[in-house]
Write a protein that binds this ligand. Sequence first.
Ligand SMILES: [Zn+2]
Length: 545
Amino acid sequence: MIKKLLLGSLMSALAFTAGAHQHETTDHIFTPDTQRIKSHLFFLADDLLEGRDTGSKGHEIASLYIATEFAKYGLTPAGTEGYIQRVNFRKANLIQESPEFTLTRGGDTHEFAYPKEYLAGPSLMSTESNVSGELVFVGYGIVADELSHDDYADLDVEGKIVVTLAGKPSDFPSEEGAHFASGYQKQRYAAERGAIGMITITTPKNEKVRPYQSRLNYIHTPRMAWLDENDAPANSFPQLKGGAYLSEGAARTLFEGAQQSLDDVYAQLEADEVPAGFPLVGTVNLSKQSTHETITSPNVVGVLEGSDPELKDEYIVFSAHSDHIGIAKSVKQDKINNGAMDNASGTSVMLETARLFSAMDVRPKRSILFVAVTGEEKGLLGADYFARNPTVPVTSMVANVNLDMPILTYEFADVIAFGANHSSLQASVEKAAANADISLSPDPWPDQALFTRSDHYAFVKQGVPAVFLVPGLQSKDPNVDGSKVFGTFLSTHYHKPSDDIKQPFNWNAASTFTKVNAQIGWTLANQDEAPSWNDGDFFGETFGQ
Ligand SMILES: [Zn+2]
């Protein structure tokens, strides 16, 4: 610790004396107040907030608390009503008795059984869904020019229902693959080619990861989307009028009489080949009914204005989701999913970061925007809304640092910054970590594509370089195995009522994490050049401004 600090001040002194570097701002070592982090957590994870579900009173109270803290620090309100940016959502529930799925072939009609043979999610577009059409198998249903892959080549799907395999080809790179194989992209490829519905079929690989049987636990889960100014659900394709997810048995029936059987297709997957598409025999009719309700829930936004007359028009964005999953349907005594680690901890660290910046005598050059987003647990919805309806110009947001579910129970010796390898943010995170006497480790789970799985990705999709910062798996205490602690949290407490304030928080870890987070912001806000995507980076090329 001392050695690093000495080195830091020596380098600052050098920077000050060397003429060419006089404009470089010296490092600032932040001193977080752990008592404040603790008190935020005590409040946000309390039972009275009932698990902060999107649209609930508990989450409204959490948001009011965050806005009040922002006011206390003197942040400039940057929502649409003070600190609040209210978001309207449509919540759709499926009427469980309603789904019908029939296959007509050569005069015979076969009816599939819901939910034993197929699943149908609620429709966000209409309360009455009905679609009939011929079927075309389209492989994975992916079009990826960058990977020279087009499952729709030579297929005519205009006015037809496409049948796609779940997942993506095994040779796709993990993060790019997650982009191309997302539900949104697959629907887009189908809709753009004139399809009117989409049926997804499971694969043997997919069954190993998420068996059809396990999906039956989620058939009552509502679907949500934010509503635009015309009350239309975002990220939806109205031309796709129906869909279903098929079990292996039902899929086998669907392929009967076609030029290849389902087993022929599965054999190609087994051999790592990408199956080409072809028409299936017969027509199907899909119908279901959904109920719709409109709910409202806030993002909370505050800005610390920068000190440089020009650079203050650029924003470093800190984000953390304040929502969680609300009250469990379990019959056990404790039904409240407090979400202490997910993500009262990240929100608390962000609040302390905001306070540390606002307490500085010399403000950073760029402005810093703090946003507590809602709807993360419903599919990164609040962040997507903010990134698509930002309260500052989208091009002025030059970097995003996102905090989601930092496990603050052991003194970690490293941090992980998902996405750092895509942009110049890597160097800033490395420097911040070194100033806190820890290191930056590479992504330990590249095949999980975590870079695409939290709120920062909503900013990435608007071209903003971003990192998702979490404590690493190395421990300063030789008796603590960080990987094990993380694994146990996931298997035992993640999205369960036991993720509460009784978790063994380590306040030194909370302090170190806040320090690294603030230091990243400080570096980004003061460096001469705005952060940039690496040359030729896929995400920079795909979404860059
Ligand atoms: Zn969660």
